[in-house]
Design a protein around this ligand. Structure first.
Ligand SMILES: [Cu+2]
Length: 127
């Protein structure tokens, strides 16, 4: 029983490490922060992000006001930069902040069951 549980856990860890990361690539490991702060507003609803594509410059501090404009709870996950919000209630918002210290295209999504599959996925492009 103990053995089979650990096999399941390892399998889950493998699946989660393979799927989203595969499409993300890091070209430059050491990007100096520019000190510039880019403020963006992203709206989440059933089942989309608006805007779904955002573009920033490498080294910028990205500050996102994420607003749940839907009628269900939604969250915001950007694994590439260690972002994972709580589930946000309709009408509520949260501020997300990170330094875009990697160049490439990175997916963000809502991790609630089935939401990403139904369209709650976006891309941040860091140039
Ligand atoms: Cu959602």
């Amino acid at each position: 029983m103990v053995i089979s549980l650990s096999v399941v856990l390892i399998t889950v860890a493998l699946i989660s490490s393979i799927s989203p990361q595969a499409e993300e690539e890091t070209l430059s490991p050491t990007i100096k922060p520019t000190g510039r702060v880019v403020e963006l507003v992203i709206s989440g609803s059933e089942f989309k992000f608006d805007p779904a594509v955002i573009e920033v410059n490498a080294g910028d501090t990205v500050r996102i006001l994420y607003i749940n404009d839907g009628r269900r709870k939604h969250n915001f996950v950007l694994d590439a930069f260690g972002i994972r919000t709580a589930n946000i209630a309709p009408g509520e918002s949260v501020v997300i902040e990170f330094v875009a210290d990697k160049i490439g295209e990175f997916k963000f999504w809502c991790s609630l069951l089935g939401h990403r599959e139904r369209g709650m996925e976006g891309t941040i492009i860091v140039r």
